[in-house]
Design a protein around this ligand. Sequence first.
Ligand code: SF4
Length: 151
Amino acid sequence: IKVKLLVSACLVGCRCRYDGKSYEDEILRVLVEKGLALSACPEVLGGFAIPRPRAEIVDGTGEDVLLRRARVINENGEDVTPQFVRGAFKFLDLAIKNNIKYAILKDKSPSCGVYNIYDGSFTGKLKQGRGVSSALLRKWGIIIYSNGQIK
Ligand code: SF4
């Protein structure tokens, strides 16, 4: 049986969120346990520690970050764009090496967001757009669903 799906690690109990928390999706967890899905966290792949300061994409979306038209800034005002881009390419590399065509990613994340991300003001407001890793996987042709779509 081959791995078919890449999932955001925090959806299957990995406490890799910026605040050290996670989500528990039983169905996805079973798929990972059976070897049908692979889980990874692009922010951890990019070198971030857990926990870490919150980060948001300023003046654009994940696509804009990849085109160097926008940056990812953390709540301390530090530019963390390089780590986000590095993590996105490592995440994509995992998908390519495992011949993965589908992904289920955590919406609203500056890395994994599928439909919405926070707007860069750190006030809890959302804007439409993908996170950096989600945008990169999509450019590669991987079909992406958000965690909200599998409920
Ligand atoms: Fe979850 Fe993705 Fe954020 Fe990692 S980068 S904690 S996998 S949403």
